[in-house]
Design a protein around this ligand. Structure first.
Ligand code: SF4
Ligand code: SF4
Length: 261
């Protein structure tokens, strides 16, 4: 991307990635045209070859911290950014890699994949907020484009966004879906999962498995009780609830019934 004189006066944005699947990067790339009149993208290694590493107004970071160089990179990003925004479940909660790391050792997983000679060093996957101050967190798997643009608009107006995390059930009801938890007895986590996906899975007759991370004040104990009453075993329920994040982080942020963990 070339930079005109006019663009040089625009707020600077960076889009960086740690260990993730690049889903957030694709969402941003897809919506870049809407941003370009208002910002200058100084770093976006996924999308452009020339990247600057100076001070930035807003840095969006996707991916979890899963390798030693992720920590160094994240600290560098933090010191260069006025606002650092975690985007996507990996950055906000640690996602499936953090869930997996809570159940087995990283060394065992590396050995299972690479044998005795692993070409990479890995750490137990963790969310960004374990290492640096994060100004706002936008969950999603991947993030919702409308939410992303709204968060960016708030930041460009010089204030931190107010991000609500209503449950998936709200979107599901607005779409007038039949409830798969009630009508099919499926272990739907919609009541405790943050909305934003448009209730994708229940709209297709499947149970929500919680990929966006918890909603605001999720009633986890009540959710576990309902699923147990429907015949699901507690360990199965807890495993399902802990799939998309590091359990200590997931449950530490789940008030008031964090004792489920
Ligand atoms: S199907 Fe799931 S998301 Fe939809 S209303 Fe029922 S519990 Fe909520
Ligand atoms: S698992 Fe839940 S949060 Fe994820 S896409 Fe499906 S319905 Fe949405």
């Amino acid at each position: 991307m070339t930079t005109t004189t006019e663009q040089k006066t625009l707020p600077c944005i960076a889009v960086e990635s740690l260990t993730g699947c690049a889903g957030e990067l694709l969402v941003i790339l897809d919506n870049l045209e809407q941003l370009l009149p208002f910002v200058r993208i100084v770093s976006f290694p996924f999308a452009q070859s020339k990247n600057e590493c100076g001070p930035v107004d807003i840095t969006f970071v996707e991916g979890s911290v899963s390798q030693p160089h992720d920590i160094e990179k994240l600290k560098r990003i933090r010191s260069n950014s006025r606002w650092l925004i975690a985007i996507g479940n990996c950055a906000v909660w640690g996602c499936v890699q953090a869930g997996a790391c809570s159940r087995c050792h990283v060394e065992d997983m590396l050995h299972a994949v690479y044998g005795d000679e692993s070409p990479i060093k890995a750490l137990p996957a963790r969310p960004l907020s374990d290492f640096v101050h994060v100004d706002a967190m936008l969950s999603g798997c991947p993030i919702n484009a409308t939410q992303f643009l709204s968060v960016t608009a708030s930041l460009l107006k010089d204030h931190l966004p107010y991000i609500t995390h209503k449950p998936v059930c709200l979107e599901c009801k607005l779409r007038e879906n039949p409830c798969v938890l009630i009508e099919k007895n499926l272990p739907c986590l919609g009541p405790v999962t943050a909305a934003g996906c448009g209730a994708l899975c229940p709209s297709l007759g499947a149970a929500c498995y919680g990929c966006w991370g918890p909603c605001q004040s999720p009633q986890m104990a009540a959710m576990a009780t309902i699923l147990q009453e429907k015949g699901y075993q507690l360990d199965e329920v807890l495993s399902r609830l802990q799939t998309f994040g590091a359990p200590d982080t997931l449950f530490a942020r789940m008030k008031p019934d964090a004792e489920v963990a």
